[in-house]
Write a protein that binds this ligand. Structure first.
Ligand code: SAM
Length: 214
């Protein structure tokens, strides 16, 4: 599996939280969101930050290697209020019954084709309480290192690295996908420095978006 292979190398992007996690926590706090879901949490760099900021966090990922690593870190710190599960974004069985005040997705939604992105957003909406906050980061069309690189498999969706798609969002598309069910409360561009799959440093140009479920 692509992600397990990558996580064989440990904390591949370091252990520091993403800039969007800081923006998300401000938003959750402002809107009194306490119980937060972190889908596609990877090895837990952002869920750890959110729990240390006082939120109750449930986090999951499809990679058992990433979840094992995440659990080890939280056990070392004896953290309560943090639960890790191996689960799928598209059939989150363990989470079916639970509704959250906030959901934070760091660099997840842009990994899929249009049909799956729509499905994913519907699932996230069903996991949120009314007035709940959806916060996420996604690659923008202004990302020079990713936009236009590799085969364009769908509009604005590129296969730069084998087995890894990236969909680059423009502002209009964010409005189009969110407005039926959400009111956008924050939308801004920011940069995040990461290592890409070939081990090169890349400066991602991302949107941070926070939206309230109607
Ligand atoms: C780009 S990484 C981001 C990881 C984490 N959010 C972060 O910022 O550190 C994408 C993550 O999505 C997870 N993922 C991909 N497809 C998934 C699926 N179908 N269900 C659950 N997690 C998935 C991968 O295992 C990987 O950890």
């Amino acid at each position: 599996m692509y992600w397990n292979n990558r996580y064989e190398n440990g904390a591949i992007w370091g252990t520091e939280k993403c800039p969007s996690a800081v923006l998300a926590q401000d938003c959750f706090r402002e809107h009194s969101a306490r119980n937060i879901l972190v889908p596609g949490c990877g090895y837990g760099r952002n869920s750890l930050y959110l729990v240390q900021k006082g939120f109750n966090v449930t986090a999951f990922d499809i990679s058992n290697i990433a979840i094992e690593y995440a659990r080890e870190q939280s056990n070392k710190l004896s953290l309560n209020n943090l639960m890790y599960v191996v689960d799928s974004l598209f059939e989150p069985n363990l989470l079916k019954e639970k509704q959250f005040d906030g959901i934070y997705l760091s660099n997840i939604i842009h990994l899929f084709l249009e049909e799956q992105r729509e499905q994913l957003l519907d699932i996230m909406t069903s996991l949120l309480k009314p007035n709940g906050i959806l916060a996420f980061s996604v690659v923008s069309i202004y990302d020079k290192g990713n936009y236009g690189h590799g085969e364009e498999v769908e509009p604005n969706t590129f296969m730069k690295h084998k087995d890894k798609l990236l969909h680059c969002y423009d502002e209009q598309e964010l409005h189009t996908i969110l407005e039926p069910n959400y009111q956008i409360i924050e939308k801004r561009l920011h940069t995040q420095v990461e290592l890409d799959p070939s081990g090169e440093t890349e400066e991602l140009n991302l949107w941070f978006v926070a939206a309230r479920k109607k």
